[in-house]
Ligand binder design. Sequence first.
Ligand SMILES: Nc1nc2c(ncn2[C@@H]2O[C@H](COP(=O)(O)OP(=O)(O)OP(=O)(O)O)[C@@H](O)[C@H]2O)c(=O)[nH]1
Length: 261
Amino acid sequence: MVPGPGPGPAAGPPPPAPHTHPAGGGGARSLTAGRPAALRPPPRPGRHSAPAMAGLGQGCAGKAPLLVKIVMAGESCVGKTSIVRRYTEPGSPPAGAPTSSYLATIGIDFKVKPVTFNGTRVKLQIWDTAGQERFHTLSTSYFRGAQGFVLVYDITNLDSFRSITSWMKDIHEKAGDEVDVILLGNKCDKESERVVPKQKGEKLAWEHGIPFFETSAKDNVNIEDAFSVLTKEILEKKSCVLYDLDVVALNESKKRTCCAF
Ligand SMILES: Nc1nc2c(ncn2[C@@H]2O[C@H](COP(=O)(O)OP(=O)(O)OP(=O)(O)O)[C@@H](O)[C@H]2O)c(=O)[nH]1
């Protein structure tokens, strides 16, 4: 659906042996540095190297939560909404259940997920974009200002995998080269319908220098871990991202009142 070729493969060693990620924790809200790492490829050329985790949140203690904008991207029907629901509303009915009917996202939606990372409060603002071609301009207009992207394809849909390179191009055009992206091959519960081998997903992620997971929104496989790894990557790169603007505004107005008298 998306025009144009993406950036060429980055030079680097061949992909490592397939790595199985453990299932997501299902509802745990604390992200820890000891999380199982996703397949960790070398950084893309031109990216900043990540500072040590020990420095994360220094100078942020006691302040408003950090606000992190994450955008879901990928073709229609790959499971973006289901992944967001699974992560932000653990009690919601699972995707892909026999009774669940597909409702295309119209335009844009977002959910907030508060998490604690190494003692630092973080508000993940997760924007769920519509994958349908007719919403493409609208969806990609929300890419600007995002710190992280969850780029999703469906392991039972070859076209959705082929389009990933174009989505990567859109992301870097709209959000810059410094954003963190994670690649998910969703619907891994449908093994009998698989058309995209896991190694292909791993190789593509390696070429783009981004972490990779196969996930199932239906069976809650690797959803929590995928968001944990992405959040960790974002926060490692910046000692402080942004504070939640509402809280900052409140504090600012309090300060002004205080100073006026
Ligand atoms: N078996 C299975 N089905 C899934 C999974 N994730 C999503 N689905 C189903 O796939 C269909 C599409 O899921 P959505 O989450 O709406 O897909 P989307 O990417 O948000 O689609 P758009 O809103 O059009 O962009 C629905 O019928 C879901 O129930 C999964 O992990 N496994």
